[in-house]
Design a binder for this molecule. Structure first.
Ligand SMILES: Cc1cc2nc3c(=O)[nH]c(=O)nc-3n(C[C@H](O)[C@H](O)[C@H](O)COP(=O)(O)OP(=O)(O)OC[C@H]3O[C@@H](n4cnc5c(N)ncnc54)[C@H](O)[C@@H]3O)c2cc1C
Length: 422
């Protein structure tokens, strides 16, 4: 049986392990650099195309037990005028929900499923990949272990799911340099608060430079309160570069967010109530001309890191995993399978990387500010009829998460027919 080595045990790497296993490709090891697996205090929105894959992988019940099922997405200008609202997930007619979930909850469910189905030996933490080589016997990764030892681990296939600073990507594309930054800092945190709107709505608000995204990711039935995930973004104050994922004090958060409140939502109180705030640079990578070299391929942020617009980074990592597993199940040779995988996935994610550089669907907020900087009484005075719906629909089609693709499965997904029995 072919052996697969997956570099990186984030959302993409774990989804790949489960998808390959589901397709009958059994001998898999996930090598994760982190020594301790700790739930990061941040939220993710997972779009229905990926949720359908997670349902097929039989983890959806566990996820919905912890997540909030997003009902609506609303865009506001910074004065609180509603620019655009659209139903999401089941409320929009999808056969599966859109999930607003704590990253730690999603990661925990996937990791538990990997350990249960593939065995605890299939996930090795404290194992950092530092190099990749290939010869006629297969693909080999050099691993630095937490105890200071190093080893070579070999497989018939190596999947680089090791994130934006991927060592596997660097091995395939040396000299790629640092991620591309646009000078914007993002602050990210969670806090408990009273529910706003229907308790399941995601809101994005902003002007031409600042942006804040908020949505609930957990509900406490006893108190009736919700845990809200928020991300605030603006050009680096004073040009000081952000700390990559490091804890931040609120002082680094510009005072502009402290006065950004609506009648029905006290944004400054939500920010102030956060136990911990982390700051990150807004960064991505240029699209790659190829993801695969021989028996080594890339997946998730390692393949297509993009600006976090439109809830697509982790969503598309799950889609990569699903399509890769299907391609490996459907093709006899690795060459054909990896070519089919990349041919299907790379154009979609390349387009999203490019669209997200101009804010993806969130560009409507910038346009609203440019056309009506002091706010508006009627959005129809600012946008022509159908303009906003067209922007939203075009982005969904580009990301392959429009209703038709998801419900009729014309888009990618692990199909039970493709499941290997050997
Ligand atoms: C502010 C913000 C908000 C976001 N919101 C959303 C959202 O709402 N929806 C969405 O879908 N996406 C969102 N994203 C993007 C999403 O977080 C990423 O796209 C997603 O986590 C990528 O998953 P991954 O598994 O490819 O990479 P990662 O999550 O980065 O996982 C990579 C894993 O590989 C490990 N690793 C790294 N190097 C090595 C090595 N050398 N050897 C072994 N292991 C290694 C890491 O420790 C990590 O566990 C957001 C991102 C940001 C910054």
């Amino acid at each position: 049986m072919a052996r697969t080595v997956i570099a990186g045990g984030g959302i993409g790497g774990l989804a790949a392990a489960l998808s390959l296993h589901h397709s009958g490709i059994g001998d898999i090891v996930v090598l994760e650099a982190a020594q301790r697996i700790e739930p990061l205090g941040v939220g993710l929105n997972i779009l229905p195309n990926a949720v359908r894959v997670l349902r097929d992988l039989d983890v959806l019940d566990k996820l919905t037990a912890q997540a909030i099922q997003t009902s609506e997405l609303r865009y506001y200008n910074c004065h609180g005028d509603l620019i655009w609202a659209e139903p999401r997930g089941v409320a929009a007619g999808y056969v599966v929900p859109q999930l607003s979930i704590h990253r730690g909850d999603l990661h925990g469910v996937l990791l538990a499923a990997v350990r249960e189905r593939l065995g605890s030996q299939a996930f090795v933490n404290g194992a950092a990949i530092t190099g990749v080589a290939e010869d006629e016997t297969g693909a080999h990764v050099r691993v630095e272990h937490a105890d200071g030892t190093s080893s070579m681990i070999s497989g018939d296939l190596v999947i680089g799911a090791d994130g934006i600073d991927s060592a596997v990507r660097t091995a395939l594309w040396p000299g790629g340099g640092a991620p591309v930054r646009n000078g914007v800092v993002m602050w990210r945190g969670t806090s408990w608060t009273e529910p706003f709107l229907d308790g399941r709505t995601m809101i994005v608000s902003g002007d031409d430079v600042r942006r804040i995204v908020l949505y609930p990711i957990r509900a406490d039935d006893k108190s009736g309160r919700v845990m809200v995930n928020w991300v605030a973004a603006q050009p680096a104050p004073g040009g000081i570069p952000p700390r990559t994922g490091g804890p931040s004090d609120l002082g680094r958060l510009s005072s502009s967010f402290a006065v950004w409140n609506f009648d029905w939502l006290d944004i400054s109180a939500i920010i102030a109530a956060s136990e911990q705030v982390h700051e990150y640079p807004m960064q991505d990578r240029d699209p790659l001309p190829r993801w695969t070299s021989g028996r080594v391929t890339l997946l998730g942020d390692a393949a297509h890191a993009m600006y976090p617009m439109g809830s697509n980074g982790a969503t598309q990592a799950v889609m990569d995993a699903s399509v890769l597993a299907r391609a490996l199940a459907e093709h006899d040779s690795f060459d054909d399978a990896l070519l089919a995988y990349e041919t299907e996935r790379r154009p979609i994610t390349t387009e999203l990387q490019i669209k997200n550089r101009s804010m993806g669907p969130e560009a409507v907020i910038t346009v609203a500010h440019e056309r009506a900087p002091h706010g508006f009484a009627n959005v129809n005075d600012v946008f022509t009829q159908g303009e906003l719906a067209a922007i939203s629909q075009k982005y969904a089609l580009a990301g392959n998460f429009d209703i038709d693709s998801v419900n009729r499965r014309t888009g990618p997904g692990v199909s039970p027919e493709a499941r290997r029995t050997t």
